[in-house]
Design a binder for this molecule. Structure first.
Ligand SMILES: C[S@@+](CC[C@H](N)C(=O)[O-])C[C@H]1O[C@@H](n2cnc3c(N)ncnc32)[C@H](O)[C@@H]1O
Ligand code: SF4
Length: 424
């Protein structure tokens, strides 16, 4: 069966500056509302780029027509801007011949790490070394196999800056016109590394900061030093400014939990002070209930249960953080609010990730997404045995998608996922 969400893909274009956009006017003229990037936003909207314009799911014939005409207007307008140095990314709508392949991919370039964070599976499994890196040639084969790709994230579990070929990998994706970015713990992000990543064409960089003081930071990010990471972040922003470019977009990422809940306001202040483009606050990714009997997950499951905040408590903290961010003019993304979710229509999946993206581990294991921590869960194949393009179209992948369409019986791995529960 054809995937529902690639048929009605978000109309999306991204710009590196914020010129006035005639698309909004076109849409408004036709009586439709287009979400603009607010200073504080929740959930998946603007997931990758605060300046993106998303006209969400178009369902009826007439709105599809309007979407098409708005799309044409946008392209014409963007071509005009191209001459004035504005860089435009292609709309994330697959070409017709690529419609059934993913437009986004997350590649775990290494499973090794130099920290042991409390919420991360890296700290609960045997340590991995340099042999747990993905090779540049494997990445090349993956990109060759998927001409549909518009966006690649070069990180999974593990610390990507440990990978010697990282800049070459960024260049490999970027030279094919694919947007490329990653998350880092920031410990190895020297000014020289920042320069090299910018030169390679990095589009976004997310740096993880889970505490506003060293005590909290080190209690969560075990082995890490807050000052080192903040200095690296400031240097990166300086290098970017000196080069006169506005990529990569730099984001600070925080996982909210009991241990750092009282520091959310201070983290907002910190992000504003450092001058990052956005602060992204997310919840714990999974409750690991699907692996209740599995020894590998006992410890992280217990830790997660103890650190998970109650919905009401979390909402109050987030409201405070939102107020503060507004006062400071900081772009802030907050976790989704489950009670604001529109009821699902018949057949609408509880999560659309398996229709648009996939996750490949350092050893070639293919899984539906990054939320399924560990190479043991939700495995759909291995790129060293079968190309991802055929794994993507396999009966097993289809079974997962079918499960996500069902309202009361989602796949086991999805039940405890924060994205599926709208709490990420
Ligand atoms: C797994 S890390 C890998 C990249 C890099 N080592 C880093 O720390 O940013 C990617 C992101 O996932 C976050 N993360 C780790 N465990 C998580 C969990 N249980 N729930 C939510 N986010 C988590 C990290 O804080 C980080 O922002
Ligand atoms: S969150 Fe990142 S830095 Fe921390 S242990 Fe996991 S992979 Fe390593």
């Amino acid at each position: 069966m054809a995937p529902p969400l690639t048929q009605s893909s978000p109309l999306e274009a991204r710009f590196t500056t914020r010129p006035p956009c005639p698309l909004s006017a076109t849409i408004a003229h036709r009586g439709l509302r287009i979400p603009r990037a607010p200073a504080v936003h929740r959930g998946r909207a603007h997931e990758q780029d605060p300046w993106s314009i998303n006209a969400t799911t178009w369902t009826t014939r007439s709105t599809t027509t309007i979407a098409a005409s708005a799309h044409a207007t946008l392209r014409g307008w963007a071509v005009g801007y191209a001459g004035s140095g504005v860089r435009m990314f292609e709309p994330a709508v697959p070409r017709p011949d690529e419609a059934s392949l993913p437009t986004a991919l997350q590649v775990e370039v290494t499973g090794a790490c130099n920290l042991s964070c409390q919420m991360c599976l890296v700290s609960y499994r045997p340590r991995l070394g340099r042999s747990a890196h993905m090779s540049l040639s494997s990445l090349r084969s993956l990109l060759d196999d998927l001409p549909s790709l518009r966006e690649v994230t070069l990180q999974g579990l593990g610390e990507p800056l440990l990978v010697r070929d990282l800049e070459a990998m960024v260049r490999e994706a970027s030279s094919r016109g694919i947007r490329v970015g990653l998350n880092t713990n920031g410990t190895l992000l020297t000014a020289a590394k920042s320069q090299a990543l910018i030169a390679a064409g990095l589009d976004w960089l997310h740096v993880s900061v889970d505490g506003a003081c060293q005590e909290t930071f080190a209690a969560i990010r075990v082995g890490g030093h807050l000052d080192t990471v903040l200095n690296h972040l400031r240097q990166l922003l300086l290098v970017r400014a000196e080069l006169g470019v506005n990529r990569p977009r730099v984001q600070m990422n925080t996982v909210v939990m009991r241990r750092n809940a009282s520091e959310l306001d201070a983290l907002v202040d910190l992000a504003a002070d450092v001058g990052v483009d956005r602060l992204w606050i997310q919840g714990l990714s999974h409750d690991f209930a699907d692996v209740e009997g599995d020894e590998t997950f006992v410890a992280i499951r217990g830790w997660t249960a103890q650190q998970q905040l109650e919905d009401e408590q979390l909402d109050a903290l987030l409201a405070d953080a939102a107020r503060r961010a507004r006062d400071l003019g900081l772009d802030l993304r907050l976790p989704d609010a489950p009670d604001t979710r529109a009821p699902r229509t018949a057949g609408e999946p509880g999560c659309d990730w398996p229709w648009r993206s996939a996750y490949v581990g350092y050893d070639g294991t293919v899984q539906p997404c990054c939320m399924v921590m560990g190479h043991e869960r939700g495995v759909l194949g291995n790129i060293h045995e079968q190309p991802l393009s055929s794994i993507w179209r396999s009966a097993e992948y289809e079974r997962l998608r079918d499960g996500l369409r069902s309202e009361h019986d989602p796949p086991e791995i999805c039940r405890g996922c924060a994205v599926y529960r709208h709490r990420f």
